[in-house]
Design a protein around this ligand. Structure first.
Ligand code: TRP
Length: 368
C-alpha cells in the first residue's frame, strides 16, 4: 500500500493517485475545457459508507470532479434486483446522498441524482435490450454468481448490465470509474454501443465508454480475512463515533506471528499496519512500523495510533454530515435539482435515439 494522504474529501485539490493514469493518458491538454471527459458512475443505495467504500470509490469520485464533467447516480433501480425492504429504501438512498455530499461530492460541479427520478433510464434500457446480445449477457460472471445464490432468478438480474449501459449512454459518458467486478459489464456496454452504432449510426450516436481503473484496492474487514462489507459486520463506518472506532480497531486482527510484545512484529503482514498509510502521514507510519519491527511498541500501541488517526480523518466528514442534516430539505433539494439537470441531458439523448430508431414522432402539441 502506498503512503499517501488518502482523505482528500476536505482537500479537494488532491487528485487521488488511483486516477493519475487518466491524467497521463489525457496528457497536458487534459486540463483544457475541450479535453474534459464526461464521467458517469453509479452506486447502489446501501445507506451509509464504510471506510472500504470510501477508499475504494468515493474518494475517486471526489477527485474526478476537479477536472471532468461528472454524473453520479444512486442506482436504486438496480437495487430492486436483490431482495430488499421497501420501507428501508428511502433512508438508504438519503443516507447515501448525505454521505456522498459529506465526503466532498460538490453539487455545484457534479450532477448527483437518483436513478429512478430520471425515467429515461428505463426507457433506454428497454431499447438497448433489443440490441444487447443474449449470449453475452448470459455469460456475465456476476449474473451467474448472483443467480446461484438467489432463491429465484428475476429477469432484472439478467438485464442488470443493460440498465447499466443505459445509465452510461444517456449521458454519452466517455469514462466510467468502476471496480474490478464491473469491468465485464462495462465491456458489454461497449459492445452494445458498437452494435447500436453499426445498426443506427452514421454518424455514431454513442462514444464507447472507457473504464477508469482504480488502483485495485481491497480493503479487508476488521477480521483481516474477508473484504470489508456491511453484511459481514467487519467494518468501520464513516459515521462511527470515536469510541466505536477505538473499540473496533482495538479488536482488529494484527500480526499472527507476534504473540508477545517483546516479539518483533511484521508490519507488512499486519492488518492494522496495512491501514496506517491511509490515515497517517508517511513519517508517522515509518516511525510506528519501525517501532513494531523492533518490538519497541506493541500491537495495542499501533491500534491506538490508528484509531486516533482514523477519528481525526473522519471528523471533517462527520462534521459536514451533521451540518447537512441540520438543514432540513437541503439534500432532497440537491437530488431534485440533480435529477432536473440529468433529465435535460437524458431527454435529449432519448429523443435522438427515438429518431434513429424510426419511432413514429409525437405530434408537436403533445407534451411529454
Ligand atoms: N453495477 C454497479 C455496481 O454495482 C453500479 C452501477 C450502476 C454503475 N450503473 C452504473 C457503475 C453505471 C458505473 C456506471 O457497482
Amino acid at each position: 500500500m502506498r503512503a499517501v494522504s488518502i482523505f482528500c474529501a476536505m482537500e479537494q485539490k488532491n487528485v487521488s493517485p488511483a486516477l493519475s493514469s487518466l491524467d497521463q493518458a489525457t496528457s497536458a491538454e487534459a486540463r483544457s475545457e475541450s479535453r474534459r471527459e464526461t464521467v458517469f458512475s453509479g452506486m447502489q443505495p446501501s445507506g451509509g459508507f464504510h471506510i472500504g467504500n470510501y477508499l475504494g470509490a468515493v474518494r475517486d469520485w471526489v477527485a474526478l470532479q476537479e477536472q471532468h464533467h461528472c454524473f453520479y447516480c444512486i442506482v436504486d433501480l438496480h437495487a430492486l434486483t436483490q431482495p430488499y425492504s421497501p420501507t428501508e429504501m428511502p433512508s438508504r438512498v438519503l443516507d447515501m446522498a448525505v454521505e456522498l455530499l459529506a465526503c466532498g461530492i460538490d453539487p455545484e460541479r457534479s450532477t448527483l441524482f437518483v436513478q429512478s427520478h430520471v425515467p429515461e433510464h428505463t426507457e433506454l434500457a428497454w431499447i438497448l435490450s433489443t440490441v444487447a446480445p443474449f449470449g453475452e449477457l448470459s455469460r456475465m460472471t456476476q449474473f451467474k454468481e448472483k443467480g446461484d445464490r438467489a432463491e429465484y432468478i428475476n429477469c432484472g438480474l439478467f438485464t442488470y448490465p443493460v440498465l447499466m449501459a443505459a445509465d452510461i449512454l444517456l449521458y454519452k459518458a466517455t469514462r466510467v470509474p468502476v471496480g474490478e467486478d464491473q469491468i465485464q459489464h462495462l465491456e458489454l456496454a461497449r459492445e452494445i454501443v458498437r452494435r447500436f452504432n453499426a445498426r443506427f449510426g452514421e454518424p455514431a450516436l454513442f462514444p464507447e465508454p472507457l473504464p477508469l481503473h482504480r488502483t485495485p484496492l481491497r480493503i479487508m474487514g476488521l477480521d483481516g480475512k474477508t473484504k470489508m462489507s456491511k453484511s459481514l459486520g467487519n467494518y468501520v463506518a464513516i459515521s462511527d463515533e470515536p469510541d466505536v472506532i477505538r473499540k473496533k480497531i482495538g479488536s482488529a486482527f494484527t500480526d499472527e506471528l507476534r504473540l508477545r510484545k517483546k516479539d518483533p512484529g511484521h508490519p507488512e503482514s499486519c492488518y492494522v499496519c496495512g491501514l496506517e498509510p491511509f490515515f497517517m502521514q508517511p513519517e508517522q507510519v515509518t516511525e510506528l512500523q519501525e517501532g513494531c519491527r523492533s518490538a519497541r511498541i506493541g500491537c495495542v500501541d499501533s491500534k491506538r495510533a490508528l484509531a486516533e488517526a482514523m477519528i481525526a480523518k473522519l471528523k471533517p466528514i462527520q462534521d459536514r454530515k451533521a451540518q447537512l442534516l441540520s438543514k432540513p430539505g437541503f439534500v432532497e433539494e440537491v437530488l431534485r435539482s440533480g435529477a432536473a439537470q440529468a433529465r435535460k441531458v437524458a431527454k435529449a439523448t432519448v429523443s435522438e435515439v427515438r429518431d434513429r430508431l424510426g419511432l413514429f414522432p409525437m405530434g408537436h402539441s403533445a407534451s411529454v
